[in-house]
Design a binder for this molecule. Sequence first.
Ligand code: G
Ligand code: G
Ligand code: NA
Ligand code: MN
Length: 252
Amino acid sequence: DLLLLQDFRRHGTRDMFLEYQPKLDIETRQVRDAEALIRWRHPTLGIVPPGRFIPMLEQAGLTHWITRWVIEETSSMLERTGLGARGFRVSLNLAPQDLMEPELVDFIIQRLASPMLACSLWLEITETGFIRDASLTRDVFAKLHDAGARFSVDDFGTGYSSLSYMSEFPVDEAKIDKSFVGDMLTNERHLIIVRSTIALAHELGLTVTAEGVEDKETLQALIAMNCDTVQGFFLSRPLGEESLLTFLDRDL
Ligand code: G
Ligand code: G
Ligand code: NA
Ligand code: MN
């Protein structure tokens, strides 16, 4: 994987592209948002999934370049497709360390000055390995939130600090991890965790997305629990831009 790192240093994001996984809004039964997921079309290795290169770039402190590109690419997609003007939203994955890059934070704030982007861009942040410098973290969160950024806590429940996040930072959404949602109909503890997380998040004024919904029964159970948004293979796999547009035309 040192070779991948070398390739990234040489070519940057040149061969990267995004897929978008639709999310279903339960109240309106509409698809009004999607998660952007990066892929690398490597000249010799084929499509490399993010799980194979993001951790490596995290270690090398290079993810902020990816994040910057993802923001650019998502912004131009929202413009060229007209989805931004229709109020469609896209959530982006940030590596925790990205918020410690002042230049990236300024870049995000600059982008959020566009009213369309302020409505359309959401930021997904994982809790793992994050709160190293709590006061700096708090400042950055506050600064971005004041600029109109909306935050989802990704992989909610898998780290040690989900509840700290909810209580200390201005987060808007909890995204319950697929490891709880995927088997919640056969694993009673997971069902209890999902149900209680939804109730807790709602009491704190957050919305809730459940990810990893793979069948209709799980969707129905989540509807009964008052979940706000669902994402998963049952609704759709991550889609290229063209397929996303086709999917939305069918659905909206
Ligand atoms: O799509 P897939 O299941 O392979 O994604 C695997 C992991 O890669 C997920 O945890 C996802 O959050 C992460 N990931 C996908 N796209 C991006 C991205 O643009 N930036 C960062 N930092 N992580 C991403
Ligand atoms: O870590 P993060 O939550 O960002 O991971 C998102 C990843 O989960 C994406 O790469 C996506 O491909 C994957 N994913 C999305 N929906 C499902 C699903 O229904 N089941 C499973 N197993 N994985 C999913
Ligand atoms: Na994510
Ligand atoms: Mn997740």
